[in-house]
Design a binder for this molecule. Structure first.
Ligand code: ADP
Ligand code: MG
Ligand code: MG
Length: 877
């Protein structure tokens, strides 16, 4: 049998697994000499044992008794004493903070006998009886499941009888009667009297806190926050101190810096003559900490000193709970505090400036996700009305639109709409695509709505349980909004607002675009500093996926040092479609060559523009990749057109020819069909035309005095012979273009077979670029375009994966292919350049893996470039 109880003096802040966050930090505060009421922590081991067996482990209560004696000795009071009783709080607290999700019971130790002692000792009858009735209420509810409304009914009756509105209006005598009434309620529900043994109260309370780990709301919260269900909670037992003993007492919460903005200087709320729960419950208006300074100077000065000490000790923003009893200050809780993304950057940079932490440490404390948040446009909250309701911040960004309540209405709407549903399912997909944002009243962060919206990069608030979704309206309390009314939803904070809230562009984006200076706002200054440090620290290069000169230019402003993926197929759309159709329909070499010859100058002009925007930096150009029928009209559309023509008695003409081509090119599984390198091998001259356009564009740039650095990338290779064949042809073309700089030829690694035979492929490739989107689809064998809506939310629920493998690289599966290909590729060709150009290149959680796998660079959309720079820097620390 292990040991289950640790005195606060024995623990420290690093024992969160064992003592929970609250317990570990109470121990740490005790250790560094801050005034914490004496107490001890029962370990999470004990909780796990209890949850496993349904009863408290042997010997636990004996251990508790031993530690209790020490608390009694230090307080000079005894539990249950009829003259001067010690009272206890029994508080939950797991490894990760789960605010308000589990139980805490205050005032344990009050009985019919000891309540008189408390009254006599404090000289305050009212206080004693009020504490007793609070205990019966809290104990009844949490330990014995007595419905709270039964206590509330008695309280209301007592207030009505006394003719008062607030609890505080009840006199001692009235509270004493209320205690009698509460005891009857307790008896009626439990069939027993309220326990008159303080020790029994304590033991029952401890077991109830253990059980509260598995309460419905705690489970839901953990699922959302991805906190493992098997951790269990610790239980903190500590001497009560009282903030509700008159004007020189009170309770409050405080932060060592402003958690919203990161501004220096303490920040907090104080409530005189109150117990901790009252502050959180928001039943009375609190005052700012500054007012405490005038109310109780010595306690305030001490509090400031303690906060300073905590910040220096934790070297970070701390939040605290404190209570003042008759002028004496007690610290009841601390932890490294949560903060907004902007505050995270500001605080990290400040602490580095103050010499409290190094710049490396500052960089560790911010994340790419936080930076990504700062790059979304946000609501101008100063101009916003109070939020109507809030839900889970499921997919970030701000959206404004008219309310639509079903998918068909969303798809049919003109102008921006917000799709509001109780929950969504795959039938809502067209509506979600059409909407600016999505709001649901049910479901968590892994619900269908959340997963699909994140995949689309669309703002989503889900699980807004106060919103009642009707047929033609939504109702929140007394407010009714009808379909067609304007609604604003904030997927970054989870808040929703009636009407149109003005949207403010991101200050970080304005800085990156050069519209404002690096010192113009505190957040921008901090981002600038930490990005610069990340750039200095990182080994990974950051390139961008860009197909146009404008995108390339933006990527460069955002800090990209090259293009990792320039897709050429986009250049075949729009008015050029007709040319592509000619190519596909070509009957014989001459017609095909003519079509290619017409396309080539257009491609060359596009490449020139991009090479100019990325002058001096590598531009990796991928030869055409998608199946050709993507460039032709859809089968249904053509069939209808041809049918209409025939019905009118007209000749279907060109449409008829097209229809035949579409039928001929139709594939059951186009993503696994005639595309990528396969196209290049069966459509003569196609790749050669593209390669010539690249070489001629580069030659033109050289003549113009530029420094073009194009590279040719072959998609979808699975065998070295495929690459060698294309390469031989491409080299012949390159040799024929005068004035072109040397142009490297490499391949994407996106077919599992390419990864498995990377050693052979590397003999013909000067570089590899992992196409992790295709590599993920082909490794898992599911199509990205279909599965997210179809079954991903179920898979997330089941824990098949914790995140979509299209969002965060599946390190265990796809990651092994990547690692293998890097190793065997480099073994075959030392100095082989290796990058990644799938979506994962911009994913904070995947970048650490790419760094560790030894890649040379990641490539991502221009907008993600700053995020990738930051994460690449963090990965290198
Ligand atoms: P939560 O984790 O939900 O914040 P806590 O365990 O912190 O729950 O308890 C809630 C409140 O009870 C605290 O804010 C604190 O003010 C009050 N409280 C807890 N223990 C004591 C104590 N020993 N003396 C006085 N108040 C206490
Ligand atoms: Mg707390
Ligand atoms: Mg691909």
């Amino acid at each position: 049998m292990g040991r289950y109880v640790y005195d606060f003096i024995e623990g420290n802040k690093d024992l969160k697994d064992l003592l929970g966050g609250k317990g570990a930090n109470l121990a740490e505060m005790t250790r560094i000499g801050l005034p914490v009421p004496p107490g001890f922590t029962i370990t999470t081991d004990a909780c796990r044992a209890y949850l496993r067996t349904g009863s408290v482990p042997d010997g636990l209560f004996a251990e508790v008794e031993e530690h209790l004696q020490m608390v009694e000795a230090r307080m000079g009071k005894r539990l249950g004493d009829r003259h001067d009783p010690l009272l206890l709080s029994v508080r939950s607290g797991g490894k990760y903070s789960m605010p308000g999700m589990m139980e805490t019971i205050l005032d344990i130790g009050l009985t019919d006998a000891s309540v008189a002692g408390l009254a006599a000792q404090s000289g305050d009858d009212r206080f004693a009886w009020d504490s007793y009735r609070r205990l019966i209420q809290m104990f009844g509810r949490t330990v014995c499941d007595v419905p709270p409304r039964d206590f509330e009914a008695e309280l209301d009756a007592a207030k009505a009888a006394a003719g008062v509105i607030a609890d505080t209006g009840l006199a001692a005598e009235q509270l004493r009667h209320l205690v009698e009434a509460y005891k009857k309620v307790f008896h009626a529900h439990t069939g027993r009297d309220f326990p008159q043994s303080p020790h029994e109260q304590l033991f029952l309370a401890i077991a109830a806190v253990f059980r509260s780990w598995n309460s419905e709301r705690a489970r839901v919260y953990r699922t959302q926050e991805r906190i493992p269900h098997e951790l269990g909670t610790a239980v903190n037992v500590m001497a009560m101190v009282f903030g509700n003993r008159g004007a020189d007492s009170g309770t409050g919460v405080a932060f060592t810096r402003d958690p919203a903005t990161g501004r220096r200087g303490v920040y907090g709320d104080y409530l005189p003559d109150a117990q901790g729960e009252d502050v959180v419950a928001g039943i009375r208006d609190t005052m700012g900490l500054a007012e405490l300074a005038t109310l109780n100077r010595p306690a305030y000065t001490q509090l400031m000193a303690h906060m300073e000490k905590l910040e220096q000790h934790y070297r970070d923003l701390c939040d605290i709970e404190f209570t003042i009893e008759r002028g004496k200050l007690w610290m009841l809780q601390t932890r490294v505090g949560k903060r907004t993304p902007g505050a995270a950057f500001v605080i990290a940079a400040q602490l580095a400036d103050e010499g409290v932490i190094t710049l490396d440490e500052a960089l560790r404390r911010v994340s790419g996700d936080q930076l990504a948040h700062l790059m979304f446009p946000a609501f101008d909250t100063a101009a916003a009305p109070p939020p109507l309701a809030s839900g889970l911040a499921a997919s970030p960004g701000a959206a404004v639109g008219r309310i639509v309540l079903d998918s068909a209405a969303a798809a049919a709407a003109t102008g921006p709409v917000i799709l509001v549903r109780r929950e969504t399912n795959p039938d809502d997909l067209p509506g979600m695509i059409a909407a600016r944002g999505v709001l649901t009243s049910r479901g968590g962060k892994t619900s269908h709505a959340a997963v699909v919206a994140r995949g689309m990069g669309k703002p989503c608030v889900c699980g807004a349980s106060d919103v009642v979704v009707g047929e033609d309206r939504i109702t929140v309390g007394d407010t009714v909004l009808r379909a067609g009314d304007v609604l604003s939803i904030d997927g970054t904070t989870g808040r929703i607002y009636p009407g149109e809230v003005p949207v403010r562009p991101s200050e970080v984006v304005r800085y990156l675009e050069g519209e404002i200076g690096a010192d113009d706002t505190p957040v921008v200054a901090a981002v600038h500093r930490l990005l610069a440090h990340a750039d200095a620290a990182r080994r990974l290069g950051v390139h961008a996926n860009a197909d146009t000169g404008a995108d390339a230019a933006r990527a460069r402003r955002f800090g990209a040092t090259g293009i990792g993926l320039c897709r050429t197929e986009h250049m075949f759309l729009g008015d050029r479609r007709a040319l592509v159709e000619r190519l596909i329909l070509a009957d014989g070499d001459a017609e095909r060559d003519a079509a290619l010859a017409a396309l080539q100058p257009l491609q060359r002009a596009d490449f020139e523009e991009i090479l100019a925007a990325m002058d001096g930096l590598p531009v990796t150009i991928r030869l055409i990749d998608p199946p050709l029928h993507e460039f032709l009209p859809a089968l249904e559309e053509l069939t209808a057109r041809v049918a209409t023509a025939e019905a009118r008695g007209d000749q279907p003409g060109r449409d008829g020819v097209l229809l035949a081509a579409v039928r001929r090119l139709h594939e059951q599984n186009p993503m696994l069909g005639l595309r990528g390198v396969r196209l290049g091998l069966v459509v003569p001259g196609l790749f050669a035309m593209q390669v010539r356009a690249i070489a001629e564009a580069a030659a033109a740039r050289v003549r113009a005095g530029g420094d073009p650095r194009p590279e040719v990338m072959v998609p979808l290779v699975g065998a070295d012979v495929e690459l060698r064949t294309v390469r031989t042809e491409a080299e012949a073309v390159l040799a024929g273009v005068e004035g072109a700089p040397p142009i490297r030829i490499g391949t994407m690694i996106e077919v599992p077979r390419a990864a498995l035979t990377a050693g052979e492929i590397a003999r013909d490739a000067e570089f590899f670029s992992f196409g992790t989107n295709d590599l993920t689809q082909m490794t898992w064998g599911f199509s990205r375009d279909d599965v997210e809506a179809a079954f991903f939310s179920r898979y997330l629920e089941l824990g098949v994966f914790a995140r979509s493998p299209f969002e965060t690289l599946d390190v265990d599966g796809v990651g092994r292919l990547v690692a293998l290909a890097v190793e065997e590729g480099r073994a075959a060709r030392p100095g082989l350049t290796v990058g990644v150009c799938g979506e994962h290149g911009g994913d904070p959680d995947s970048i650490g893996f790419f760094h560790a796998a030894g890649l040379d660079y990641v490539s991502c959309s221009p907008f993600r470039v700053p995020v990738a720079r930051l994460e690449a820097g963090r990965a290198a620390l």
